[in-house]
Ligand binder design. Structure first.
Ligand SMILES: Nc1nc2c(c(=O)[nH]1)N[C@H]1C(S)=C(S)[C@@H](COP(=O)(O)O)O[C@H]1N2
Ligand SMILES: [Mo]
Length: 359
């Protein structure tokens, strides 16, 4: 057997490093998929370093770099601007990581790193236009107030985003109608519809325009689809299509296997993609051998998941249920994961084990 590459582990046992992260960052219990808009406390959470302490009275957002008129905006000034409220589905790029083998030692998500909040804020693009973007600018660098050590480097959480990807981005100060809670980025965060979660920089304090792509850690080293250390690979960008099921019946406490009575049952869930609308969701009740179409609902917004439903006459026995999403760009979920070193973008089909019996 090949040894697991550096930074990864094999086997089912969780490591202390993974446990420390899992105890800080929680996922969404999948029964939460019943809600169109995920209640704040059920929305998944991912914080690389510490939640920074922010004084809203002295807080300001700086806009600088390759602009004609650098400026600062207070929270009151941001709130006085054009307002948009938009439900946006978020998914962490590492969702599905522990289903890969070997797996990256990082936040050990199974499939619960998802949520759809209604983000209230002001569009980014008009603000950049007011600053006067210089012709040489190609990238926007977004800096959060949180700092830590990663890859041996002291750094701020910081991401670069192509200027042409900012058209739909929001600077959000509200989540589900309330000011952002500390853990979700108080007082200000970026929200970029369609992109994996790492794009949505929390505790946003600075927006800098640059004339070249950003080479910082969270763009150049982490969030890359690569099979080997030192090989740059491709950047992680938009969310691959995915469908998840509201867990049917009731769980076994420890194994989480679902228990159902025989007979008709409605299976339901949510599907989304960062590459276009969801065109089709199919359900398999035989572990992915055969599929039948589910009924699709309207998406919750142009940037959020859509619901699906499927009637199943559950026969006694043990079954594996799957659902498979296809988007308008023709992308569909694979049966098997495409392995990569960081454990990103694993959108292989969810497998829901159920035991159907009269209890
Ligand atoms: N400043 C800052 N922004 C951040 C992060 C972070 O650690 N620091 N984590 C990112 C990652 S990896 C994800 S998946 C999302 C999670 O957003 P949420 O915790 O509000 O769900 O925030 C992103 N924005
Ligand atoms: Mo993430």
């Amino acid at each position: 057997m090949q040894p697991a590459p550096p930074g990864t582990v094999d086997g089912e046992d969780i490591t202390p490093a993974e446990l420390r992260l899992a105890a800080r960052n929680h996922g969404q219990p999948l029964e939460g998929l019943r809600h169109d808009i995920t209640p704040v406390g059920l929305h998944y959470l991912l914080i690389h370093y510490d939640i920074p302490a922010v004084d809203p009275a002295s807080f300001a957002l700086e806009v600088d770099g390759a602009v004609e008129r650098p400026f600062r905006l207070t929270l009151d000034e941001l709130r006085a601007r054009e307002r948009v409220d938009l439900p946006v589905t978020f998914e962490c790029a590492g969702n599905g990581r522990t289903l890969l083998s070997p797996r990256a030692v990082s936040q050990p998500w199974v499939l619960e790193a998802i949520g759809t909040a209604c983000w209230g804020g002001t569009p980014l693009r008009p603000l950049l236009d007011e600053a006067g973007v210089r012709p040489e600018a190609v990238e926007v660098i977004l800096t959060g107030l949180d700092r830590g050590v990663e890859g041996g480097e002291m750094q701020s959480y910081r991401r670069g985003l192509g200027l042409d990807e900012c058209a739909e981005a929001l600077l959000a100060f509200d989540m589900n109608g309330m000011p952002l809670p500390p853990q979700h980025g108080f007082p200000l965060r970026l929200v970029v519809p369609g992109w994996y979660g790492m794009t949505n920089v929390k505790w946003l304090t600075r927006i800098t325009l640059e004339d070249k792509p950003f080479e910082g850690y969270h763009n150049a080293v982490s969030y890359r689809l690569t099979d080997a250390e030192g090989v740059p690979g491709e950047p992680v960008t938009r969310m691959a299509p995915r469908s998840l099921m509201v867990p049917p019946g009731v769980p076994d406490f420890m194994s989480r296997v679902r228990h159902l009575e025989p007979g008709p049952v409605e299976l339901s869930g949510r599907a989304w993609s960062g590459w276009g609308g969801i065109e089709r969701v199919e359900v398999s009740t035989d572990g992915g051998e055969s599929f039948a179409d589910a009924q699709l609902e309207e998406p919750v917004s142009r940037a959020a998941w859509c619901g699906w439903r499927f009637e199943w006459d559950a026969p006694p026995g043990e079954h594996v249920l799957c659902s498979r999403a296809t988007d308008s760009a023709g992308n569909t979920q694979p049966l098997e994961a495409h392995w990569n070193l960081g454990g990103y973008a694993n959108n292989a089909l969810e497998r829901v084990e159920v035991t159907v019996a009269s209890i």
